[in-house]
Design a protein around this ligand. Sequence first.
Ligand code: MG
Length: 265
Amino acid sequence: MSARILATDLDRTLLPNGTVAPEPGALNRFREWATGRGRSQLVYVTGRHRSLGRDAVDEYELPEPDWWICNVGTEIYSRGSTDPFPPWVDALSGGFQPDRIRAWAQAYLDGAKLQEREKQSSLKVSFYVDPSWATPEAEGRLQKALADEGLEARVIASQDETEGVGLVDFLAPGAGKARALAFLREHGQIPPERTVFAGDSGNDADALLSGVCGILVGNATWEVREGLRRALADHPEAHIYFASRPYTAGILEGLAHYGWLDADR
Ligand SMILES: [Mg+2]
């Protein structure tokens, strides 16, 4: 049997840490599947930094993955390694000039403050900003101003509502969950039809629509579900299974739909 990939988002997809009640026993069934997964590779795809991802593995006693995709697809780690996977670093670093972006953004973004050192990398420059900068409109303006300056990056603006502060990330232009997953597939020569990706939110949309076997878990909001149903019309190559069960139980429901729960692996 040839190799395949099960990639999953962590928060509110594999981890039952949303507002919907989880199904008892589902994580245990997933652990059993992972223990006997044979040549299937397990990939955790998360917006978290690697150390926060590791905290989740410890807290929920998750199986060790074969690969991590962290920090919004800017970093890939192989099992047991604490250094980012060099081929992905090489693939992303072309055209990205973190020093110039840092200097430009500090002058352009009034009152911007660099985030802590552990939130920066050679592929990501991150600031705390006034919340007025963290809107979709401001994000668009920032992206344009950056391009006018001849600098390449993907701008992602968001709010940290608990701290009342805006966050602006400048990512290497080729970064993202879907692209990092495609990179791992190509690395392992695994076709999209032998790759499953499970997610729950708008951040997962690009990977769910990328042509792999997608699973949207049942705790996804109505807005996310309807947004994906509409987006499917423009992505004829995409497959998404809309699970009715939440979190891990939804992943297992999707795996059964794609025929992955047989003895055959
Ligand atoms: Mg999530």
